[in-house]
Design a protein around this ligand. Sequence first.
Ligand SMILES: [Fe+2]
Ligand SMILES: [Fe+2]
Length: 436
Amino acid sequence: MDRFTSGWADAWAAQLNKDTQWAESAKSWKWSVLIRIQDQSSWVLDLYKGACRSIRQAEPGESADFILSADAATWNRILDGEQAPMVAIMQGAVKLEKGSILTLGRFAKSATLMLEAAMRVDGPPAETPLPVAVQPVGGDGEAGSAGSEHHVSFRTTSGRGLDHDSLPMQLYQKAKKLGIWDPRNLDMSADRGHWEALTDPERDVLTRLLAMFQAGEEAVTLDLLPLMRALAMDGRLEEEIYLTTFLFEEAKHVEFFQRIFEEVVMLDADLSHFHTPSYKQLFYEELPLAMNRLDTDASSEALIAASVTYNMVVEGTLAETGYQAFYSVLEDRGIMPGVTEGIRLLQRDESRHIAFGVHLISRLINENPNLMGVFQNRMADLMPLAMASITELFACYDPMPFGLKEEDFVQFAMDQFGKRMRRIEQVPTSGQLTSE
Ligand SMILES: [Fe+2]
Ligand SMILES: [Fe+2]
């Protein structure tokens, strides 16, 4: 069926009204949407609380609560499943001419399901081929040594030495200077007094943030090993050398937050009720699944999926947004200086971790440009979860303590997400990789 015709619009509406998953995700959506196909036509989607009342061609000059505009090629890419709608908005390929990005971010899952319903209008999806053939683990020329039961030779005693100019070795040198701060040496003597002076709701939201960070740090500590092993088996000596500092730092971050619970919050209760459904899906399921898959599948695709989950989404989007929340609360009020200093040091460690992720994903895409699709799809899959982890936190409070605004944090997270996305998409597909 031809797209952007009234028959197509009716078929799309029918698909939506059959889709119980979409209905559930859109049950509190109550705004009209206008989709503009530049230089062609505009379509008004009358969506209300999980029902699609109609999809029809817009009258000339007609408006709606949300207006999304892009050229036909972009809409076709989205409808062909080659581009995730929310990612297209963040990249600017689809322009949000009217409406709140915050609301859209909150309904990212619903938007994806809505477009998937439109894709079904074209008939059942063809057997989706993997974006690229699975790449065998190639190593970096150490074949016959790394990954086998015996070492045939060693890099450092074969005249080849270490590549000191490589990004992992540069990060390793930095880590030896900057990553050795000791959580035990932070002066937290004033922090407990400041904590006691907070109101109950203020303490509750900070405890929630801390409980999210603490479980997150524990998760990344537990789940890093498969990546280290996969890279070691591939003979990536410089990358493994850097990762030794990475794991040490994550362990230290667990210790840092534990010290806050022991000496400032002074609470040893079960805090898992602070973990919302999307947070749980990301940290209890997606992260360990993506990382542990590497034990049996160390293909380039699996490595990219793991690094996107760990470095781009957990560290690069959610943790970065979390630091902002701490700074907004603690630094602006000049309270809890020990905790604030620790967060600053921890964020500096994390910037190296994210830089490593950018390096790893860039290296893999540089070796095989077809893997860009794997990167983009994984980012698009996790984006709604990352956003929902933030909006679910805000939904727990009314009013939100400290005057924190949901819109600011969703926007910040989206900016971080878009930044990571663009950084990788600029990867040269041949030649030298640049460092961060
Ligand atoms: Fe960390
Ligand atoms: Fe980290």
